[in-house]
Ligand binder design. Structure first.
Ligand code: BT5
Length: 249
């Protein structure tokens, strides 16, 4: 479906040199009834992170949003976000960069940096639907591929900076989309793949949940992506969403 863009991708490719946000463009396509499309942009002028944060998206990056209409309950959507992190991590490793996942879906390199490593990629999931069925799901994936690190915020890095050489972005995108497509077809295998690639499990963490902060040791991740933290009081806390920081032991 993506052959027109020079990719053998499992989605139709909707390419733009410049957009505000590929997620916003994908929402418009969702409203128009489309499905199985990957919006791809050379550059984003108003890239978005979670909770209305900005996402810096200069040329050289891989900025994409995959729109699908999966037949599963809304409650399963977080697992799909994990699949995108697995797909991205594998593509980074194939490009020779030893990436790992920080819960829930940041892809990092190394263990030095502000919050557990240098951030290479972030994922923004949006959806609409009833409890028993998703109407549409958009998974936005941003990877600092051939981006000059001077153009990125503190604590961020790019594949180019880590390898010292640019990557083939088409090939990289194709790998991410293929892997994501395959994982989402087998949702039962996502968690296992995610656990194999994360640096969060076993780490001391501090998770900001919006109204509270939980500190302790990350001991598990349960379907569909719930983090289990063992606090110093011996309590098990289950966290559905939040910002996770790896602390030094
Ligand atoms: C994320 O948010 O990590 C989700 C980012 C999703 C971006 C993709 S690109 C394609 C699609 N279209 C969009 O508009 N968005 C998606 P969060 O965990 O909230 O992290 C946001 C924070 O990361 C910011 O507040 C900055 O501190 C930092 N940041 C911003 N730009 C960055 C970059 N390019 N690389 C690394 N860190 C960045």
């Amino acid at each position: 479906a993506g052959i027109a863009f020079g990719l053998d991708a499992p989605y139709r490719i909707d390419y733009h040199d410049v957009v505000d946000s590929t997620n916003a463009r994908a929402r418009a396509l969702a409203a128009a009834g489309e499905a199985d499309v990957a919006v791809v942009a050379g550059e984003q002028r108003a890239g978005r992170g979670r909770v209305h944060r900005d996402w810096v998206s200069p040329t050289g990056g891989v900025w994409t949003s995959v729109l699908t209409r999966p037949v599963f309950p809304t409650a399963h959507a977080p697992a799909v976000t994990l699949a995108a992190a697995v797909a991205t991590t594998d593509a980074c490793r194939e490009a020779g960069v030893d990436a790992h996942i920080k819960w829930p879906n940041d892809v990092l390199v190394g263990d030095t940096g502000e919050r557990g490593g240098r951030k290479l990629s972030g994922i923004l999931t949006e959806m609409e639907g009833e409890a028993d069925r998703i109407t549409w799901l958009i998974v936005g994936i941003g990877v600092n591929a051939n981006v000059d690190p001077d153009r990125l915020p503190a604590g961020a890095t790019s594949l180019w900076a880590e390898r010292g050489e640019k990557i083939d972005r088409r090939r990289f995108l194709q790998r991410v989309l293929e892997r994501y497509h395959r994982l989402t077809a087998e949702p039962d295998r996502i968690l296992e793949a995610w656990r194999d690639r994360t640096s969060t499990l076993g780490s001391r963490v501090r998770v900001e949940t919006g109204d509270a902060a939980v500190e302790g040791t990350a001991i598990g991740v349960e379907f569909p992506g719930t983090l289990v933290v063992l606090t110093d009081d011996g309590e098990h806390r289950r966290i559905h969403t939040g910002d996770c920081e790896h602390l030094r032991p």
